[in-house]
Design a protein around this ligand. Structure first.
Ligand code: H2U
Ligand code: ZN
Length: 344
């Protein structure tokens, strides 16, 4: 029988219909790589040169208000524009070869500062402050989703220079788009397919399995569960799943919002403790498209995709086989979950 703790194998990711190679036998190999000390991270509460701190000028020339809670603004260097659309453009593409396809991409890009404090991050925010972040995300999902042509809203955060964050001030981004981005579209299709076949939602069934097996759970509360998915590609990747069949942030009641704030604090605290560093990651929420339709196939969840593997400076590279073949990991998701759980 295939022993998932010992034998090289592949695991299936039903959310995006992809496979990942797991090589558990390799975690026993000797490690000769260097382990560097964690980079020191001492920041002032206010940085006069930070373009996100209250009262400071941004690169675009606008001055931030002296905000005291969260603060949202339109990205001064937005990747997508709201007015970049006309029938003329679309007609132009109609003549192109199927091998030279293009499509208009309309969008609204915003930046959300989580706190006026330059030196804090999600794990250091108080439950009340974290709840304000959850409320802001929810309002933004609702507001951008209400724009008639916006069909999808992605709330995400790049944390740390390793993940390309341009500034350590605690912040994330929100992109409302007319198109459904590919990763989201895959999850959308998978969840729809599953719901059509079973009349139950994919992540609800998956969560029930994980709660029963108790092998990959990291932390939980009455409203959310954080776990290392069976098919995790990044070493310490996690997924945060709503216990109730809520398709989006807007469907959470006040207790659910507090629950989300709490699970984010628990999980990011574990992460920072793992390698005694401000743990870098890309994280983001997947939720129902904003097309005004009911979405019973959808369950609100967040993905945390952190690159670190062995220490504050030794990361997993998704290169070679991963880029040209499919993702590969050594540490098993079960081992990763046990290590994170031990830090609670
Ligand atoms: P990241 O750290 O995740 O890259 O997000 C920072 C965003 O902030 C980035 O998209 C925007 C950048 O365009 N930005 C402004 O809108 N105004 C500024 O003054 C600097 C950065
Ligand atoms: Zn700042």
């Amino acid at each position: 029988m295939l022993n998932l703790d010992d034998h090289p194998h592949r695991r299936y990711n039903p959310l995006i219909d992809e496979w990942v190679v797991v090589s558990p036998h390799r975690t026993k190999r000797p490690w000769l790589g260097q382990v560097d000390p964690a980079p020191s991270d001492t920041r002032p509460a206010y940085d006069p040169t930070c373009y996100l701190c209250p009262g400071n000028a941004r690169a675009g020339g606008v001055t931030n208000p002296v905000y005291t809670t969260t603060f949202v603004f339109n990205n001064d260097f937005a990747a997508l524009l709201a007015d970049e659309f006309s029938d003329e453009i679309v007609v132009g593409y109609a003549d192109a070869s199927p091998l030279l396809r293009a499509a208009p991409a309309r969008g609204i890009c915003r930046v959300v500062c989580y706190s006026p404090r330059h030196d804090l991050a999600l794990p250091q925010l108080s439950p009340v402050e974290l709840r304000a972040v959850v409320d802001t995300w929810t309002d933004q999902y609702e507001e951008l989703g209400a724009v008639p042509w916006v069909r999808h809203v992605l709330i995400f955060e790049n944390r740390g220079a390793m993940m390309g964050a341009s500034n350590p001030h605690p912040h994330g981004q929100i992109w409302g788009t007319e198109f459904l981005p590919v990763q989201f579209a895959r999850e959308h299709a998978s969840q729809q397919r599953y719901f059509t076949a079973h009349r139950r939602d994919l992540l609800g069934d998956y969560l029930a399995l994980e709660l029963e097996r108790d092998e990959r759970l990291v932390c939980q509360n009455a409203h959310f569960v954080a776990l290392v998915p069976f098919w995790a590609a990044w070493p310490f990747e996690t997924i945060v799943i709503a216990r109730d069949p809520v398709p989006s942030l807007t469907a959470l009641d006040p207790a659910g919002r507090d629950g989300l704030a709490d699970i984010l604090k628990q999980l990011t605290t574990c992460y920072d403790a793992l390698f005694a560093t401000a743990f870098p990651y890309s994280m983001g929420f997947h939720q129902a498209p904003t097309d005004g339709q009911p979405h019973p196939a959808w369950r609100l969840h967040a993905h945390f995709l952190p690159p670190l593997l062995r220490s504050a400076t030794i990361r997993k590279f998704m290169v070679g086989f991963e880029m040209l073949g499919e993702p590969q990991r050594d540490l098993t998701p079960e081992q990763a979950a046990a290590r994170l759980r031990a830090l609670l």
